[in-house]
Ligand binder design. Structure first.
Ligand code: C5J
Length: 226
């Protein structure tokens, strides 16, 4: 059964059974004070605003019994999977692998690397640990989606122009149809948020579709409570 929701640049049609909700990098390192995002000089407040809308989408999607996939950006404790160029970038006082207020920055197993409590993955929900910005690069995401027969992605998370857009571009080139929920993604830079959404939906949806979560939730086949 397929569903259609009003979206930009035109209605987005999807089969829920062949669709996954992708929640990108909702980690303390990006949305909490003291994390990597703040160490880079950013204000994390705009990123925290998407926690509640993603929580609503996540609850509805879980109630439908559909596939949720979480991603986390980060590295092995020995940093052997971190390109030297990424390690050096920014010339930060406290950078990747160094000890910061939330433990070692962008290192797996550290407090900052963890997903925020509100969006904590449930048992059975795949968590993709990725060393890069894109969710497909050097991960098993493509295999997981193929084994589950997934061809559409509902995309949420942070940050809009970095890991979200990189992932949408990667997914689009692999043949996935991506719907980006506009109030469930965020950037430290308002102008980058605006331009990224424009780029995704331009030229007849060259990378995908954009819609607010309200429109998406209204279309979901959430079972009635007993
Ligand atoms: C960044 C991300 N911005 N998750 N990572 O470095 O977007």
């Amino acid at each position: 059964m397929t569903y259609s929701i009003p979206a930009d640049p035109y209605d987005f049609t999807f089969d829920p059974a062949a669709t996954a909700l992708l929640i990108i990098d909702m980690q303390r390192d990006f949305v909490d004070s003291g994390g990597f995002g703040e160490l880079l000089g950013n204000d994390v407040a705009p990123l925290r605003e998407v926690i509640a809308p993603i929580e609503r989408v996540l609850a509805a999607w879980r109630a439908c019994g559909l596939l949720v996939i979480h991603t986390r950006e980060g590295h092995r404790p020995d940093l052997s999977d971190c390109p030297p160029a990424k390690l050096a970038r920014g010339k930060l006082e406290i950078g990747i692998g160094d000890v910061g207020p939330l433990g070692r920055v962008l290192v797996r197993g550290q407090q900052g690397h963890d997903i925020v409590d509100e969006l904590r993955p449930l048992a059975g929900e795949p968590v993709i640990d990725k060393p890069g910005k894109g969710s497909f690069y050097a991960t098993d995401l493509a295999s997981i989606l193929a084994y589950r027969g997934i061809c559409s992605l509902i995309v949420t998370g942070v940050t809009t122009e970095v890991c979200v857009h990189t992932t949408v571009r990667e997914a689009n080139d692999r043949g996935f149809e991506c719907l980006v929920l506009s109030d469930c993604i965020a950037s430290y830079f308002p102008e980058f948020y605006d331009m990224t959404l424009k780029m995704i939906k331009a030229q007849g949806g060259i990378f995908g579709w954009v819609a607010p979560s309200e429109a998406f939730l209204a279309a979901l086949p959430v079972p009635a409570l007993p």
